[in-house]
Design a protein around this ligand. Structure first.
Ligand SMILES: Cc1ncc(COP(=O)(O)O)c(C=O)c1O
Length: 470
């Protein structure tokens, strides 16, 4: 065995030491595991999480009505109607994004269990959140950041996020795209004995539940009704999962959860050539689809982010439309915010037009902006990489070839992804674990829960794949 294989063989042991969760305990079928039990065993109630967050300056962010953007949506909507658009201003969290909610619980847990430091593998915002929370709790912090192509060139946005982590005094390992990240991260955990503040652990996901709860509570109290929909910027699926779980816990049954990602179809995330051809570093389909259809590809054995359980709808929006929305938000509402939150906002602008005026649509986050995160350095970088940038119809966009800023607000639209196709892919990926074409009842129930499909539909997919139930 070479060094890489040796380290990988010790993966489970390293994970157990660094997250303190014995994932094997939850394995119960051939492909299933007890998700709800894993989430219950976290040991902190939602109320306890709220007080952990309050102590660390996290949460209770303002819910702002975007009156001028709503007005514009009504002007261009075919029916003259559009729901009221609100945004939860998550940039008001200590490190400037909802990721503080996620980091706050993990870092608190690390402190309580006596770890000296925390480590996280991240594209950036989460790193800043972990670094910031580590400072509040007096722990050391190491961030592994996949930020360069093989020529050591990185996008302004991702470099900006790395600088921010360093600004908090954490150690940042800047890595090139590819399998290096997971190997390096495991090595860090083994060598330092630090806590794995994984984006995908139960702690991180439970930390986001407060966001869903706040949204519903504030809408009920201030507006006298629940939101018709909440639009969530979607990448690895933690944001969607945590928000939806919080919404469910408040008893808001009719609120729909809509995930929105930037359309980067055709670009390969692990490809060195494509790495700098995308102008968004998170909230895009390059994470959204692989993690949705195979959630356990993350840095813990079982991801607590299970988006297909919660999504009512998943839409994409083009890069140009998100850049356009970033400008619009600043100019019409006086809010200069970063790209990830503006992804769901751009989608909300189109989706609001499907609803009546009195309905409420909540975009569940903003993120901070500044320096490299700003749209001008990102667009300049794209130009340098041969991407054509022009004003026109975003429908004509080709990710990696051009970025089209909409010439009229009427042209802003979302594309609905085929949820059944995604669910089908999820089941097919899960079945790869099954060697003998037979699963158990418990696996069948698990697949129904994981996909929100009917029992009949799951059975049909199983039959198509020659799978029997033992
Ligand atoms: C500000 C912001 N919004 C949304 C997301 C997407 O969250 P998730 O990966 O949990 O889907 C990210 C993730 O990197 C983010 O940093």
């Amino acid at each position: 065995m070479n060094k890489y294989e040796e380290l990988m063989a010790r993966k489970n042991e390293i994970m157990l030491k660094s997250v303190g969760i014995d994932y094997d305990k939850y394995e119960d079928g051939k492909l299933s595991f007890n998700y709800e039990k894993l989430m219950e065993d976290i040991g902190y109630s939602l109320e306890e999480i709220e007080s952990i967050q309050k102590e660390a300056g996290v949460g209770n962010t303002p819910l702002l009505e975007l009156r001028n953007i709503t007005k514009l949506a009504r002007k261009v909507s075919k029916t003259g109607k559009a729901a009221r658009i609100f945004v939860k201003d998550e940039s008001c969290n200590p490190s400037g994004s909802f990721k503080d909610r996620r980091a706050s619980v993990s870092v608190y847990d690390a402190m309580k269990r006596g770890y000296k430091g925390v480590a996280a593998a991240t594209s950036g915002n989460y790193g800043a959140a972990v670094a910031s929370q580590a400072n509040i709790r007096g722990l050391r912090c190491i961030i592994a950041n996949e930020c360069y192509d093989s020529k050591k060139i990185g996008q302004p946005e991702i470099l900006e996020k790395g600088r921010k982590c360093e600004g908090y005094g954490s150690e940042v390992l800047r890595l090139t795209v590819g399998p290096e990240l997971f190997y390096t991260f495991l090595k860090i955990l083994e060598e330092t004995g630090y806590y794995n503040a994984s984006l995908y652990s139960t702690y991180g996901i439970a930390g986001i539940e407060t966001l869903g709860k706040e949204i519903v509570k504030e809408c009920r109290e201030a507006l006298g009704k629940e939101p018709a929909s909440i639009i969530v910027t979607h990448a690895g699926g933690g944001n969607t999962t945590g928000t939806a779980r919080g919404v469910i816990k408040t008893g808001a049954k009719d609120t729909k959860i809509i995930g929105a990602s930037v359309d980067l179809s055709g670009l390969h995330m692990a490809s060195d050539i494509d790495f700098n051809k995308k102008s968004f570093t998170t909230g895009h389909t390059g994470f959204g689809i692989p993690f949705m259809t195979n959630p356990d590809r993350s840095d813990v054995p079982r991801s607590a982010a299970r988006p297909l359980r919660y999504l009512d709808r998943y839409v994409t929006i083009s890069q140009g439309e998100v850049f356009w929305m970033t400008e619009l938000l600043a100019q019409l509402e006086g809010l200069e915010r970063g790209p990830a939150g503006n992804t769901s906002l751009a989608a909300a602008f189109a989706i609001a037009q499907e609803y009546d005026n009195e309905e409420i649509l909540v975009v569940q986050e903003t993120e901070y902006t500044g320096a490299g995160k700003h749209l001008i350095p990102q667009l300049n970088f794209a130009k340098k990489n041969g991407i054509e940038i022009f004003v026109g119809n975003p429908m004509d966009q080709i990710p990696g070839k051009n970025i089209i800023l909409p010439s009229h607000p009427e042209l802003v639209s979302v594309k609905d992804m085929d949820m059944d196709h995604l669910r089908n892919s999820y089941i097919k990926n899960s079945l790869k674990k099954v060697a003998d074409n037979k699963i158990q009842d418990i696996d069948f129930d698990f697949l129904v829960d994981e996909t929100k499909l009917s029992r009949k539909d799951v059975m049909k997919i199983l039959k198509e794949n020659n799978i029997q139930i033992e």
